[in-house]
Design a protein around this ligand. Structure first.
Ligand code: DX5
Ligand code: ZN
Length: 221
C-alpha cells in the first residue's frame, strides 16, 4: 500500500479575491492537493463556494488534484455539479444524504474518487459496511463550518481506529485529517496514521507558504 504523505491546503483561508494566484502559489510551494471546502449555510452555519468556482479554476488552467469537501445537504445534485466542474475527489458527510451507498455509487459513476467525512461526534462504525467501497476517509478534527479552530485531541484515537480498519482492506484508502492542523499538531496526527493533511489557516496565514509546507514535511517524516 502506498504510504506517501500528502499536504492539502484548504483554500477556505486563502484570499478569495486572488484565488487562482493563491492556488498557484501554494502548489509552487510544494502542496499536493487543493482542499475545496463547500458550505451551504444549512448543513453547516457558513456559506462558501460552489461548482462555478471549481469550473473557473479549471478553465483558468489549474490542473492540480481538487479534493472537494462537501458540507452540504442534500448531496447528490451538488456532487454531480462538482464532477462536471472538474473535481477529482468528492467527500460528503453521511448524515447529509438519505442513502449513503447510493451516493457513493453516484460519485464513482461520475468518474470521481469518493470520500466519507466524519464529524468529531460521528462514530467510526459508520464505515463498517462501506469502507471497501470508498477511496478516502476524512476525519474532522474540528466541528465543520469554519477555519482556524482548535484541534480536538480525541481525534487521535479515531485516526488509529480508522487506520486499523483501512489496513484490513486490500486497496489504497487515504486517511485525511481536517481541522486545526499546524506545526504543533501535525506530528501526532501523522504518528496516529493519517496520510493526507488538510491545513487552511496554518498555511494561508503564514508569511511563507513554502517554508510552512517544508516544516510540515519535516514534522511528518
Ligand atoms: C472546516 C473545513 C476545514 C478548514 C480547516 O469545516 O472543513 O477544511 O478549512 O481550516 P484550519 O486548517 O484553519 O483548521
Ligand atoms: Zn475541509
Amino acid at each position: 500500500m502506498e504510504n506517501q504523505s500528502l499536504i492539502a491546503p484548504s483554500i477556505l483561508s486563502a484570499n478569495f479575491a486572488r484565488l487562482g494566484e493563491e492556488i498557484n502559489s501554494v502548489m509552487h510551494a510544494g502542496a499536493d492537493w487543493i482542499h475545496f471546502d463547500v458550505m451551504d449555510n444549512h448543513y453547516v452555519p457558513n456559506l462558501t463556494i460552489g461548482p462555478m468556482v471549481c469550473k473557473s479554476l479549471r478553465d483558468d488552467g489549474i490542473k492540480n488534484f481538487i479534493d472537494v469537501h462537501l458540507m452540504v445537504e442534500p448531496v447528490d445534485e451538488i456532487a454531480k455539479s462538482f464532477a462536471n466542474a472538474g473535481a477529482d475527489l468528492i467527500s460528503f458527510h453521511p448524515e447529509a444524504t438519505k442513502h449513503v451507498a447510493r451516493t457513493i455509487d453516484l460519485i464513482k459513476s461520475l468518474g470521481c474518487k469518493v470520500g466519507i467525512a466524519l464529524n468529531p461526534a460521528t462514530s467510526v462504525s459508520v464505515l463498517d459496511n462501506i469502507i471497501q467501497d470508498i477511496d478516502l476517509v476524512l476525519l474532522m478534527s474540528v466541528n465543520p463550518g469554519f477555519g482556524g479552530q482548535k484541534f480536538i485531541p480525541s481525534t487521535l484515537k479515531k485516526i488509529q481506529d480508522v487506520k486499523a480498519m483501512i489496513d484490513l482492506q486490500d486497496k489504497l484508502i487515504y486517511l485525511e485529517v481536517d481541522g486545526g492542523i499546524n506545526l504543533d499538531t501535525i506530528a501526532s496526527v501523522s504518528e496516529a496514521g493519517a496520510n493526507v493533511f488538510v491545513a487552511g489557516s496554518a498555511i494561508f496565514g503564514s508569511p511563507d507558504y513554502e517554508e510552512t509546507i517544508q516544516s510540515f514535511r519535516q514534522k511528518i517524516s
